[in-house]
Design a protein around this ligand. Structure first.
Ligand SMILES: [Zn+2]
Ligand SMILES: [Zn+2]
Length: 298
């Protein structure tokens, strides 16, 4: 068991110290050397990690030729962070943790049970969002509410983003990639009053997963917890999708089903599909699966 509180306290101290020194300056040099892209060395300075979750409960792949059939408010499938049950919104909507606004629970009991192990990452996320708000507005921090906007955007596009991560890491063909690499989705702000239209895709990059996990012990611990839970349930592990705008990043862990359960078609055009849905502000993405029973969406 990792002493979350201890890590949190030291992080808190570090954040305060960094704030005194101005703009987290000492974090602006990445701690890992990345052979992947010169982009990181230059642009990856300050790093904040609200945690989002999405889940591969339904098999899928991409289709943007169909006309949208759902409301724009559709969101990804949510699972209870404690017991793993899946939300049936028409029966009983899940509750969101009011602190970090990222973990979901089926009941007050599950939320209460999770709190001792969730507390550290929850407070950490809150501290990161608060720190983001304090930053002066510039290219790295285009809006004081950037963390909130990113969270909403990610939540509305969670199925699409999770699917893109799955395709980018080629998890159907090479499941072990889940532990090696992560998908970084780079966004640029786009003025809009709709939360799902507030960003456009600037680029996508495959990065080593250690790029995410080596930076932040609390985030690494949370990913590890999901990884273990997912494997205990027969899944291949937790894919890491990093959603970044300016200097603010969000980690979206995606728990991936066992290979035998994955019926999503492999798609090499995932980056175009991703850009298409994001740019056209569509939140009705449904992955395509081709099985012996035919082709289906969702
Ligand atoms: Zn539950
Ligand atoms: Zn929380």
């Amino acid at each position: 068991m990792i002493p979350h509180n201890k890590i949190y306290k030291s992080l808190e101290r570090r954040i305060k110290q960094l704030e005194r020194n101005g703009l987290y300056e000492s974090l602006s040099t990445p701690r890992v050397n990345l052979p992947f892209s010169p982009f990181f060395r230059n642009n990856f300075g300050i790093f904040t990690n609200p945690i989002m979750t999405t889940y591969y409960a339904t098999p899928a792949a991409a289709n943007y030729y169909n006309a949208p059939t759902h409301s724009h408010r559709q969101r990804g499938i949510r699972i209870c962070d404690t017991c793993g049950s899946t939300e049936q919104p028409t029966v009983k909507p899940f509750r969101l943790c009011g602190g970090c606004m990222t973990t979901n629970y089926c009941s007050p009991e599950c939320q209460k049970k999770h709190w001792p192990s969730h507390k550290a990452i929850c407070q950490h996320t809150m501290a990161q969002v608060a720190a983001t708000k304090q930053q002066p507005i510039n290219a790295d921090y285009p809006d004081e509410n950037i963390a909130k906007f990113l969270r909403r955007f990610t939540s509305q596009h969670s199925t699409l983003l999770g699917w893109a991560g799955f395709q980018a890491l080629q998890l159907k063909r090479v499941p072990s990639n889940v532990r090696q690499s992560a998908l970084l989705i780079e966004l640029i702000p786009r003025p809009s009053s709709d939360s799902h239209r507030q960003f456009a895709i600037k680029g996508t990059h495959i990065v080593p997963r250690t790029y995410v996990t080596s930076r932040d012990p609390l985030v690494a611990a949370d990913i590890q917890r999901r990884e273990e839970r997912c494997r205990r349930a027969g899944g291949i592990g937790t894919a890491v999708v990093l959603i970044q705008c300016g200097a603010v990043s969000q980690v979206m862990p995606v728990e991936v089903d066992a290979p035998s359960k994955i019926s999503w078609d492999e798609r090499n055009d995932w980056a175009e599909v991703l850009a298409h849905f994001v740019d056209s502000g569509r939140t009705d993405f449904k992955p395509i699966s081709t099985s012996a029973r035919g082709v289906f969406y969702g």
